[in-house]
Design a protein around this ligand. Structure first.
Ligand SMILES: CC(C)(COP(=O)(O)OP(=O)(O)OC[C@H]1O[C@@H](n2cnc3c(N)ncnc32)[C@H](O)[C@@H]1OP(=O)(O)O)[C@@H](O)C(=O)NCCC(=O)NCCS
Length: 122
């Protein structure tokens, strides 16, 4: 999700997010988990996933992972469920094939890593 810099902090991000959540609930999605910042997503009812007993694959199950969030769209959907989220296989391709990945990445122009105004802190 990305709001144009001229329109940030006017409530549009939250409106879009809540609209998307409503659509998801309409099609029967019971809960969502994601990596994100609670400063923004907390306004849409997300909490730390660890509080819902949804753990992050890369962290100890007993830890409170500040960037891993979850929200039930259907109340009680997770009742009695505990689990661990692992991102899709494609997320790990750079780790599994570092040389191939470096070759592929070298085909793109070099970019400077920036932190821009309005960007949520990591
Ligand atoms: C994050 C983003 C989508 C928020 O959109 P937005 O339209 O500016 O957000 P809203 O106006 O709906 O903000 C609602 C509340 O979320 C919180 N919030 C939003 N942006 C924040 C920020 N950069 N830092 C801390 N809190 C933030 C605030 O509490 C805000 O309420 P307030 O403005 O009354 O204080 C937007 O800043 C953006 O496009 N950022 C760059 C891309 C990005 O980081 N995306 C998120 C990763 S998926």
């Amino acid at each position: 999700m990305n709001i144009h810099p001229d329109f940030k902090r006017k409530g549009y991000g939250l409106k879009l997010l809540n609209h998307a959540l409503e659509k998801a609930r309409d099609i029967g999605v019971g809960f969502l988990s994601m990596e994100g910042n609670i400063a923004f997503y907390g306004h849409a009812g997300f909490d730390l996933a660890s509080k819902l007993k949804i753990h992050y694959h890369d962290e100890p199950p007993e830890s409170e992972v500040p960037y891993f969030l979850a929200r039930e769209l259907i109340p009680g959907y997770l009742h009695g469920i505990e689990g661990t989220y692992t991102p899709p296989k494609g997320y790990f391709v750079a780790f599994e094939n570092p040389e191939d990945f470096a070759t592929y990445e070298a085909t793109f122009p070099a970019k400077e890593k920036l932190v821009l105004p309005g960007q949520l802190p990591a």
